[in-house]
Design a protein around this ligand. Sequence first.
Ligand code: SF4
Ligand code: SF4
Length: 461
Amino acid sequence: MSKVNTSLSISNPHPHGSHWSEKLGVAVGSVGLLILAAALIGTDFSSKGMVLGVALLSLTAAPILFAYGKYNNTSPGIKNNGVWNRSLSSRGLLAWGIGVLLTSFYVVLYWYPTLLGQGGGEVANSGIIGLFDPLSMALKGKPASQWFVYGTLYTVAIIGLGAKFMYKYRHNRYQLLRTSSVILFQLGFAFLIPEILQGLNPDLAYFDMDAKNMWPLDYDFAHSWHLKNLLNGGNLGMFFLTLGVAKFLLISPILTYFYGKRWYCSWVCGCGGLAETAGDSFRQLSDKSLKAWKIERWMIYSVLVLVTIMTIASLYGFFTNSGTFLGLDIYKYFQKPYGFFIGAAFSGVVGVGFYPLLGNRVWCRFGCPMAGLLGLQQKFFSRFRITTNGGQCISCGNCSTYCEMGIDVRAYAQKGQNIVRASCVGCGVCSAVCPRGVLKLENGKIDLDQRTSELKSLHIR
Ligand code: SF4
Ligand code: SF4
């Protein structure tokens, strides 16, 4: 319980203090960050396994302790108090600092991994990558790489900040279920299972063993080297090849028909998982202007076209055993530019690095070809929609404010219109923050022809 303020001063010298658990969370998190920083500048710890364990545990526990102090003594309901007054959540100095740090981290991770201590050949790992060697050896019998370090930290962020998210939204069953889902998919399917499978099959050439990753997000699935490694990968390779094709042609269309794109974007995907958990403090920063909506449509469908062209070129190269497509080198003119500009610069550097400045779904909204493809299906061939009980709406605007995809939800609610938007990821936060219970995410049967004509008459594209 908060203490009664007994100060007689007009300018209160005893501002509302933080709960002891919030302070403990900050202290514990600092231990983890300090260990990583010490490793980064070259400290060679004698028992790396134990030090790494302490660092990872601290980083996981910190947001949980913080969330306990922040939300545990509050009354039921979602608290976003002061969100526009805090430096972190309103593009203040702290947000800029974190944005610069995250962006720099991604630049180093993608293009300068030796700065993180990446070894190779006869040279052993050192620095922060060397610190992760014991965990990598335990899981797959090989020293760590920059991607192993990234995967581990990514998973820790989703678990720790996912727990914080669950604390904050603990009165909402939908949020609890879908956050448990993204945590489990990240921990099991994206991290542990692929690493362990690699350890059990050390002689197999690399192919993607993340069963939840799929084309077009998994843009190199159809690259010649990847298809060859899958075909030469025995039963495991055939399994992932068949699953990869089935996900794209069968599983995804069926699930999207019934549930909309939320089955992937808000329940399964790792990018969405990080956005929903680590990015929750920034969801209100999404641009709701008409201009942003126009830019969004141009960008996301352009990326979808680019990935399709690149994949056609790659498949052509694979089936004809050729390195060129229409006289152009496939790697140089199709795969390399896509990998650099979209796969690395957009999805990583901008997509996560700019969370504190542009909101948590920059990549999902403006760049992800998977979101583009699922969105088209969601709009024209899916049962999913958000229904609105317009008579109850008090126009408070909470829904629009916290829509991470920049949808002006209130405009629909005021008119009592169903919300059928390609970009909606079905996170359900608009519905969760509505004080009047106006919004409901639904999958019940609908007449798709009628919906298409409704969309046309409303000029909602
Ligand atoms: S409209 Fe609602 S469910 Fe859809 S993305 Fe926005 S907040 Fe999430
Ligand atoms: S949060 Fe609810 S009451 Fe407020 S504007 Fe949106 S739909 Fe209306």
